[in-house]
Design a protein around this ligand. Structure first.
Ligand code: ADP
Length: 339
């Protein structure tokens, strides 16, 4: 597809360039032949009317020989051949340059299309698994003639759980597919950071309490230029992961500092940690560290950190991780200071 689009675009480039070149050549050719004919006419007139020239234009020397029409015709042919040659050169050069430029123009579009296709494939793959298991569960339940009321209730409960997961997944997919919504630069404003983080902590607290995990915060009074709701979502993702990937009774610390004109926010946990190899991929869509999948039945689709990364980048910041397997992880979010 990329190749045929490239050829089509090259053809369009060529068509435009050659149309301009052809029109320009026609203009030059007819302009110059008219000028040659005029010269011929003037010369003839002067030869035939020497007396008039002497009276009215005495400074012009009279032509000695009669004009030679063959020379004029030869000059016209030369102009024609010259223009033809120039057009052939333009055709060759613009074919090569057009093909090269078309490739460069289409490359980012092709990359985007590839990415979209991968996104759709990954998303359908992730959606298929819970849908299949939900369907299987329902079919088995329907076929079971001995199904009791309690059994039906359990079936509905587990189905509802799957539906909740699916809803979570589709919400995440929606956020990821519309990064411009997170961008909403009209919502950007200078806002204090600590109420945002407090709001995120409040949202995650019930999960932390369940696992007897304490969340401490030590935040400086700093402001960032950002969209408030997106920032709350960002810190919910980081804190939720910190809780999810920590064993019971551990601690999570959120702190901030100003350094070299930047604002740094750290989310530290004492969780399972992430190996060096996995650290390179955790911000990719649908990436989940294998061990965490099996560990304590932690649920997730590997979308949280890619959403976090999107949010941070649309707020002109950076996100990074330092982690050691078995010791814990520190996620650092960096924002430019409010000018
Ligand atoms: P999800 O948590 O839904 O799997 P994320 O994109 O949020 O998806 O995270 C990707 C992977 O990164 C997780 O599967 C997990 O293995 C790892 N990870 C993220 N945060 C942490 C953390 N705080 N501690 C350990 N591993 C983490």
């Amino acid at each position: 597809m990329f190749h045929s689009a490239r050829l089509k675009l090259t053809a369009w480039y060529l068509l435009i360039i050659m149309a301009i070149s052809f029109a320009f050549s026609l203009f030059i050719y007819f302009g110059s032949t008219r000028e040659f004919d005029r010269i011929l006419r003037v010369q003839r007139y002067r030869l035939n009317n020497p007396a008039r020239i002497r009276v009215f234009q005495s400074d012009i020397p009279l032509p000695i020989n009669p004009p030679d029409p063959d020379v004029i015709e030869e000059a016209k042919t030369r102009v024609f051949e010259g223009l033809l040659g120039v057009n052939i050169v333009i055709l060759i050069v613009s074919s090569v340059a057009g093909y090269f430029l078309a490739g460069r123009t289409l490359k980012p579009i092709a990359k985007m299309v590839d990415e979209q296709n991968r996104f759709i494939t990954d998303a359908s793959h992730e959606l298929r698994t819970p849908i299949t298991s939900l369907r299987a569960e329902m079919e088995v339940g329907l076929r079971d003639s001995t199904l009791t009321l309690q059994g039906a209730r359990d079936l509905l409960k587990s189905g509802l759980e799957e539906v909740k997961n699916l809803q979570e997944l589709s919400d995440s997919l929606l956020v990821l597919s519309q990064p411009e919504k997170q961008n909403g630069s009209s919502l950007f404003a200078a806002i204090p950071l600590s109420p945002i983080i407090s709001e995120a902590i409040k949202k995650v607290k019930p999960l932390a309490v369940k696992k007897h995990i304490k969340i401490h915060s030590n935040l400086q009074k700093v402001q960032v230029t950002a969209d408030k709701q997106s920032l709350v979502q960002l810190f919910i993702i980081l804190l939720d992961n910190a809780v999810k990937y920590s064993k019971a009774k551990k601690e999570i610390r959120v702190s901030s500092e100003k350094s070299d004109g930047r604002i740094l926010v750290y989310v530290r946990d004492q969780g399972v940690g992430i190996s060096k190899r996995d650290q390179e991929h955790i911000f990719d869509r649908f990436y989940r560290v294998d061990s965490s999948r099996s560990k304590d039945g932690v649920s997730g689709y590997g979308l949280g950190l890619s959403i976090a990364k999107n949010i941070v980048e649309t707020q002109h910041g950076k996100i990074s991780v330092k982690s050691e397997a078995g010791i814990g992880s520190t996620f650092t979010v960096e924002f430019p200071t409010v000018s």
